[in-house]
Design a protein around this ligand. Structure first.
Ligand SMILES: N[C@@H](CCC(=O)N[C@@H](CS)C(=O)NCC(=O)O)C(=O)O
Length: 250
């Protein structure tokens, strides 16, 4: 990544005249789930402001954030120009993508047939690719002690899921036929195939899709939005591990 591409953001919201006309605020951390929404906002050229939520420090548990994202996870958005011109807040990346697709009529077809085509791959990502990749990363990279069974289990599942994508992409350029929010939901996870113990030579159609996705200027901009404090997170720090990996009901 070239330094010019890095947009360094302040930790807290920066007020400026330009910002005050922006109606969408994205509660964000640079992760595969966060990128889903920054990609859509960049693709639609919607004005937005990023509010970093430092999940390594526990900012996802602040009452203000929980008010809009009760599952204490990023991403979430607020839109001051919501339905009926009134503000709205949304959590869960799939719901946010669908909302932005309906709001802009972009990357989310209006026809029922087209919408079903997108929804099934979007829900597939939400229920399969994302959760399994998350566990795969956890057990391969972050687990405090080796768990061979868990590593094997989630590495195999990722292999299975990439096989599903590869078969679909053999006959289609994008998951729902045309480029859509379903592709945006998947790319942030799929680009990490190496750390998930996979070999793209096994999945040539998936590799072609990934290359097409990464070549899109909006995707490039969205995944290179840099939050200064995120680059300083040390996943070996016991305090960070406690915040992220030791959660119980509060
Ligand atoms: N299903 C949620 C998952 C969101 C999610 O897991 N976000 C992670 C970052 S990728 C997070 O906020 N983690 C904070 C934590 O684990 O406390 C969505 O798609 O929005």
């Amino acid at each position: 990544m070239s330094p010019q591409k890095q947009l360094v953001l302040p930790m807290r919201r920066a007020q400026s005249d330009k910002d005050s006309v922006r109606s969408i605020e994205l509660y964000y951390w640079p992760t595969p789930n966060g990128w889903k929404i920054s990609i859509m906002l960049e693709e639609c050229r919607l004005p937005y402001r990023i509010i970093p939520v430092n999940i390594a420090k526990g900012e996802q548990f602040t009452p203000d954030f929980l008010n809009i994202s009760p599952n204490n996870r990023i991403p979430a958005i607020t839109d001051s120009d919501g339905p009926g011109g009134r503000p709205i807040s949304i959590f869960e990346s799939g719901a946010i993508l669908q909302y932005l697709g309906r709001k802009t009529s972009k990357f989310y077809p209006r026809s029922e047939r087209g919408r079903v085509a997108v929804d099934q791959w979007l829900f597939w990502q939400m229920a399969n690719l994302g959760p399994k990749a998350g566990e795969c990363h956890h057990f391969r990279l972050y687990a405090g002690e080796p768990s061979p069974y868990a590593v094997e289990r989630f590495t195999r599942e990722m292999n299975r899921l990439y096989g599903v994508m590869n078969t679909r992409l053999q006959t289609q350029d994008f998951l729902a036929g045309r480029y859509s929010i379903a592709d945006m939901a998947c790319v942030g996870w799929a680009r990490y195939w190496e750390r998930q113990g996979q070999d793209m030579n096994q999945f040539p159609h998936l590799r072609g899709w990934l290359e097409r996705m990464m070549a899109r200027p909006a995707v490039d901009r969205a995944i290179h939005i840099r939050v200064e404090s995120a680059s300083k997170v040390d996943m070996r720090d016991p305090k960070v591990r406690d915040v992220l990996f030791n959660q119980r009901a509060r």
